[in-house]
Design a protein around this ligand. Sequence first.
Ligand code: PMP
Length: 384
Amino acid sequence: RKRLLMHVGPVDIYDEVLYAGLKHNVGFSSEEFVQAFQFCLKETRKLFRVDNSYQPFIIPGSGTSAMESVTSFLGKDNKVLVASNGVFGDRWVNIFKRYPLKVDYLGSEVGDYVSVDKIEEKVRKEKYDLVTLTHVETSTGVRQPIEETVKRIRDYVDLIVVDGVSSVGAEEVRAKDWGVDIYLTASQKAIGAPPGLGILVASEKAMESIKGDSVAGYYLDLRNWLPVMRNMEDGKGSYFATPPVHTIFMLAQAFKLIQEEGLDNRIKRHEKVAKVIRAGIESMGLRLVAKRPESYSNTVTGVILNKVRAEEVLKEIVNEGVELAPGVHPALQGRYVRIGHMGWVTPNDAVVTISAVERTLRKLGEDINVGSGVRSAQAFILDG
Ligand code: PMP
């Protein structure tokens, strides 16, 4: 029954984070809860590296509710460009299609990010009210160079949104320095808390645009949540809709541990684990979904299988003590698995994962170099 969860969220969560939610008598206006919420809002700013000019929001739901709440910044017939590097980039189109908006789309090849030249070309030709980018595309493990992309388009578009669901807490994220208006994430990924919360920060400019009429629905209209965030940050209880009280306590505990570790150390740890995983996979003789090394992410590695089916690997590897995530990109259906390495993962977890992948693939008859994955992973930890 003991197994290591190397998934894309929820991830393996520390007991002390889970236990923080075990409270039997806290209402949404109790002092203890207000303090936890206040702390989470302040820590959210640090996580995205923004100052008081940005407004943090912690709302119920998940990454998708944070994404859909972006409709709060859009008016009827606004024009949006979705630059998508995979399944989660495409999700923006599915969301925006439900609202009276004009949506343009720019995709990428599977395993690549969206060409920065092409995005620039597009926004120079047409005026967009909002552009969406995905920092780490979880379906492929590909990282978009956000700083460079934003630099190239900043002057031509009104608002820039980045989906950092699989990056915030594990990759370098500098919302303010990079000029990103809305940066969002979820509780269950690199922050290492349970699912249940969408988390975002919005720039002054974005908050100006929220004042007029928007196309947002009721629950995810951030104007409804704004007074709650402001009051909570001031240490005052406030209600719009019942917050997931216990999940917020768990988030606060995760933030405490992030504070102890230090954000820079956390990012470095993720980078190291990702490198150990890749060293192991590549020396086994397997290919990665991500095509370009500069786009390898700190959080997700897509592994292409040669002969065996992904379903078989996922089923069997659990018997070896590790659980991985299925591939979800339709173009590679059944032909790849994803290793999630975020939250509280260690280089040790990476070696265990590689060893389980080796044993599983050998059992299933995949043509790999057994032992060489573990050797390379070890070598990487020892010598870098
Ligand atoms: N964006 C990205 C990059 C994601 O990885 C995910 C979830 N895997 C989402 C959005 C959607 O988030 P959620 O499943 O938490 O709603």
